[in-house]
Design a protein around this ligand. Structure first.
Ligand code: ADP
Ligand code: MG
Length: 597
């Protein structure tokens, strides 16, 4: 055995391997230095990692990352700063089985090239440590030094020798925020390691070593958020999904709280983000996003980590299978849950419901901020349709009933404002149910599944002819197959003119022919264009137009039938646009409002 073999695990990669490694700028800003140093600490088997930032007026001027990992031997230390020297892979073929975060042996060399680095490291079990100072890539000092086991790397004067030095820092707060984002992502993917972040000696973040990501989430985002999350767990032959997702009412207007890691690597992955959102289906409006922390464990052969210079992305080989497994895992998890928003829960569309105080100290009404996504635009009652007939159409025969009911039986107490059914269950919970949203959900599921009279059509006594603009006609033409599938019989009838011969039974006996024209307007209107696909668009319009309207006075018996139908849906909690169908008040909440407790 040669001396170098015994003393160094770090070696130079051969040229062929170097050529195949995704090249590009690794160090763009202080946060990229932090990311690389922390990843090295994790790869070195650290149990705790400490990150210290110092700032001046311009931005971050010093970064120190210390760990209690394996450390480096005196021979390894200089090699670590040599370009393309790594202990993590031997050649390109190892990239298919990579379990470390680093693999290209470039980070320390890139950092040292543009800053002043001071390294102190002691190899596990070694008697003494090594200290090295490197400036602009040149070793300035090197010697023995007593130190604890592990490694500490201090980076100063970042970009001191790069001409456009300023361009690398976008302002102090932006850079600090970028470091936070990096650390949060890494913490979440590595709950087993304790991380501590200090800025100018003030502690910003501390996570304890834990076996559960939930502890880390609680540390970073607060235990009130963590307490509401729903665990997701699914194992498949080629992958496993685990993590936590929010109930739909804890949603946001952006994807900033959707964290994805693949094999413990925190990544930005638009396809996986989209898959998580997809898992919510109609539980969320299209412009709202859940809070989600998802960790995917995927066979390393299916993950290409060598696609992005800063390793922020990965390429998934079986992307379609992987993303549909993610959606399915989330969908089935959510379906098994009671997702009724309670009066005291955060409002689905942001913020908390706040009691509006009319008389001093007397909470009267719960007021929700903001009208919600795109407001609620829906047809109002015209007095021409029979509620009984509408409800009859959505009555299920026993054969097609969902086998699990997500909501306990409710008894109707009354109706308020021609729209809200008031009901209670035997667990002492009070419900306000939006009758239109509820019936819309029932119809939506029936048309989707093609059960009941969902897709049947009825001929019009007198066919209706209507005219549209060229643009709308083009959209309508694209919708033709989906319309036929949904029970419409429509044909083109001259230039940009159409004839409707039959409509879905669900829509009832339409006496006012203007309604058909209005509905076609719904279908081709801008508002709907963004909906998932043609078929979905048609189904939603049928459900919306066919459902019991707001402003319809329902008898107790009719209301009861509607609630029973709603209970049998797969997702009774929201309408197809993601608005809630019901809001719950527990006895406790009411008692609190009345200051009984
Ligand atoms: P890579 O991580 O891709 O191997 P780096 O330039 O980040 O490349 O690091 C080079 C080598 O230095 C690593 O392969 C590792 O052997 C060693 N090294 C870096 N940081 C540490 C650390 N904190 N503890 C122990 N060894 C380290
Ligand atoms: Mg590295």
């Amino acid at each position: 055995m040669t001396v170098s073999e015994t003393s160094s695990r770090i070696h130079l990669l051969d040229q062929a391997t170097v050529n195949r490694i995704a090249a590009g700028e690794v160090i763009e800003r202080p946060a990229s230095v932090v990311k690389e140093l922390v990843e090295n600490a994790i790869d070195a088997d650290a149990r705790s990692v400490r990150i210290e930032l110092t700032t001046d007026r311009q931005g971050i001027c010093g970064i120190r990352v210390s760990d209690d990992g394996t450390g480096m031997s005196p021979d390894e230390a200089p090699l670590a700063f040599t370009p393309h020297a790594t202990s993590k892979i031997a050649g390109i073929e190892d990239l298919h089985t990579i379990h470390s975060l680093g693999f290209r042996g470039e980070a320390l060399a890139s950092i040292a090239a543009v800053s002043k680095v001071t390294l102190v490291t002691r190899h596990r079990g070694a008697g003494t440590g090594t200290r090295m100072v490197i400036e602009g890539g040149e070793i300035r000092e090197r010697g023995e030094m007593g130190s604890p086991e592990g490694t500490s790397i201090l980076v100063e004067d970042l970009f001191y020798n790069t001409p456009a030095r300023k361009k690398f820092q976008k302002g102090k707060n932006t850079e600090i925020a970028a470091v936070h984002a990096v650390i949060e992502g890494i913490c979440l993917a590595h709950p087993g390691i304790s991380f501590r972040l200090l800025t100018d000696q003030r502690e910003q973040l501390l996570t304890d070593r834990s076996t559960s990501m939930l502890d880390t989430i609680a540390r970073i985002y607060g235990s009130d958020v963590a307490a509401r999350l729903i665990p997701v767990r699914k194992k498949l032959p080629f992958m496993a999904v685990s993590g936590f997702v929010s109930p739909p009412d804890l949603s946001r207007k952006d994807t900033a709280r959707m964290h994805i890691s693949v094999n413990k690597r925190f990544v930005s992955s638009p396809p996986v983000i989209a898959a998580v959102k997809e898992g919510y289906g109609t539980l969320l409006p299209r412009d709202r996003f859940p809070v989600a922390f998802i960790d995917l464990t995927i066979d390393t052969h299916l993950v290409d980590v060598n696609v992005h210079p800063a390793k922020k992305q990965v390429r998934l080989s079986n992307e379609k299978e992987i993303t549909s497994a993610v959606s399915e895992a989330i969908r089935s998890t959510l379906l098994g849950r009671n997702l009724i928003p309670s009066a005291n829960a955060p409002h689905p569309y942001g913020g908390y419901a706040r009691p509006r105080v009319d008389a001093p100290g007397l909470p009267v009404v719960y007021e929700f901020p903001d009208p919600g996504p795109a407001g609620v635009s829906e047809p109002t009652h015209t007095g021409t349709v029979s509620t009984d007939r509408q409800l009859r159409q959505t009555e299920l025969d026993s054969g097609t009933r969902a086998d699990t009911w997500h909501v306990p039986a409710m008894e109707v107490i009354g109706q308020f404002g021609g729209i809200y059914i008031i009901a209670a269950n035997r667990f002492g919970e009070l419900f306000l149910v939006d009758q239109h949203a509820a019936h819309e959900r029932v119809m939506y599921e029936m048309v989707s599944r093609g059960t009941g009279t969902g897709r049947l059509s009825q001929e019009l006594l007198v066919p209706v002819v209507f005219q549209r603009t060229a643009k709308e006609s083009a959209i309508l033409r694209e919708l033709m197959p989906a319309l036929a599938d949904g029970g419409f019989e429509i044909e083109e009838f001259g230039r940009d003119s159409f004839i409707v011969r039959a409509i879905p039974v669900f829509l009832g006996k339409i006496e006012d022919m203007g309604l058909i024209d209005e509905m076609i307007g719904d279908l081709v209107g801008e508002e709907r264009i963004r909906e998932p696909d043609a078929r979905e668009r048609v189904i939603r319009v049928i459900a919306c137009r066919g459902a019991v309207k707001a402003g319809t006075v329902c008898s107790a018996e009719q209301s009861q039938r509607l609630l029973n139908q709603l209970r049998q849906t797969e997702n009774p909690f929201t309408c197809p646009h993601g608005r809630p169908t019901m809001i719950r008040f527990t006895r406790d909440e009411l008692d609190r409002m009345f200051r009984r407790i």
